[in-house]
Design a protein around this ligand. Structure first.
Ligand SMILES: [Zn+2]
Length: 413
């Protein structure tokens, strides 16, 4: 048993503790308290870490690790469809096998994630290429096998890809499914994916939704740049019934969103849609730096929190963001929404992400019984408002993992 003493402890599921102590045994958190609570005075095994704050490892709820090789190759664009065109042109077929160098870029991205304090991810994958590197690096999380096809008229694609998911599961990953987005996925494919996921022990699904104004235009009126693009690449369907509504209402009508759905982006959602997501119990995953990069504008962070919807945070891929530091997303959110309490932002980066990925029994807060995946962050001097400090931008050089080889990590060999 080891008791770690620190200038601050941020457990997330309770208020910050000044001069706190976290006691750890065999990879699990045993107790949390302040120095006066007695936990720190049990004699043996006390380690004073000095002027640091202890907090749980971060959860990046939306990333595409397989796109890491696109870093620096898809510049920011003023309009989403322009960014997508460049991305497609550089990338080629989404389900193509990755080269050795491309897989190496996944490994580098995982190292970067860990260095910036992330301990679990919601990874979106067309190729399932991240499964091996995640296991090697013992990065926890869920890999969402992403399927798309505007012309798919049944569930054949879901069936034909079942073997790939089974192999990935054998390789140690938690694998689920993700329909890509309403402008790329047919109603039939949405429903086939939903049915498949519904049979899983952990029926989590992720979907890009309400990201661009072009998407809302397509759903509302069947017109605009997405219509042109779908016609251009030859997948437009004349029998696709124009929904005439917003993105949340569209998927709600299809019966494909529920309390286990991660709705990614939501930049274009109005208050009624956000309130509906809150009522369903879905999680909204915001990626504020990516949104600006791809030309869809700033996410309405204040309205997200005002609506009562659960908010988690992702970086999205290195094709639309400079680095994979979730603390930089927190800093951006703080700048966009100065009225949201720092405690709420921190909860989004930890506990809410863990809940959305079904990992909150083990991760997301410093709570007795959970895995001791604890970050120790060096402070520059005395800090009075520790939560506000943690959303002001933290550099990886300040971060160390207290227990980098936690024996309880299910991905440990
Ligand atoms: Zn994405």
């Amino acid at each position: 048993m080891t008791a770690y003493r620190a200038a601050w402890v941020c457990p997330i599921d309770g208020p910050p503790i000044r001069d706190g102590v976290v006691t750890v045994d065999a990879g699990r958190i045993v107790a949390i308290g302040d120095r006066g609570s007695g936990f720190g005075d049990q004699g043996s095994g006390i380690r004073d870490l000095g002027n640091v704050v202890l907090m749980p490892g971060l959860i990046n709820a939306h990333i595409h690790l397989e796109l890491s090789w696109l870093r620096g190759r898809v510049p920011p664009a003023p309009r989403f469809t322009e960014w997508v065109k460049t991305m497609f042109a550089v990338r080629g077929r989404p389900d193509a096998a990755l080269s050795a160098e491309q897989v190496a870029s996944i490994r580098r991205a995982i190292s970067e994630l860990r260095a910036a304090g992330t301990v679990a991810v919601g990874d979106i994958s067309n190729s399932l290429a991240a499964v091996g590197p995640m296991r090697e690096a013992r990065l926890d999380g869920v890999v969402f096998h992403e399927l798309l096809g505007f012309k798919e008229r049944d569930g054949a694609l879901v069936e034909s890809t079942r073997g790939a998911r089974a192999s990935a599961t054998v390789a140690g990953a938690r694998v689920s499914l993700a329909p890509h987005a309403p402008y790329s996925t047919s109603p039939e494919l949405f429903q086939a994916i939903r049915a498949e996921v519904g049979a899983f022990a952990s029926p989590i699904m992720s979907v890009h939704l309400g990201e661009s104004p072009e998407e809302t235009e397509l759903l509302a009126s069947g017109t605009g740049p997405w219509r042109s693009m779908l016609e251009f690449i030859g997948v437009w369907r004349d029998d696709w019934r124009i929904p005439g509504c917003g993105p949340v209402e569209y998927l709600d009508r299809l019966g494909v969103i529920d309390a286990h759905t991660l709705v990614v982006h939501g930049v274009q959602l109005d208050d009624a849609a956000l309130t509906r997501l809150a009522a369903i119990g879905a999680t909204l995953v915001t990626c504020p730096r990516s949104n600006q990069w791809v030309g869809v504008g700033l996410p309405p962070i204040q309205r997200f929190y005002d609506s009562g919807v659960a908010v988690a945070i992702g970086t999205d891929s290195l094709a639309s963001v400079d680095d994979l530091n979730l603390f930089s997303e927190l800093k951006t959110m703080r700048a966009i929404a100065p009225g949201v309490p720092a405690s709420k932002l921190l909860e989004s980066a930890t506990l809410t992400g863990a809940r959305a990925l079904g990992l909150d029994r083990e991760l997301g807060s410093l709570t007795a019984g959970k895995r001791a995946e604890i970050l120790a962050i060096t402070l520059p001097g005395p800090v009075d408002d520790i939560e506000e400090y943690l959303v002001s931008g933290i550099d990886p050089s300040q971060i160390s993992h207290l227990n980098p080889l936690n024996p309880l990590n299910p991905l440990n060999p």
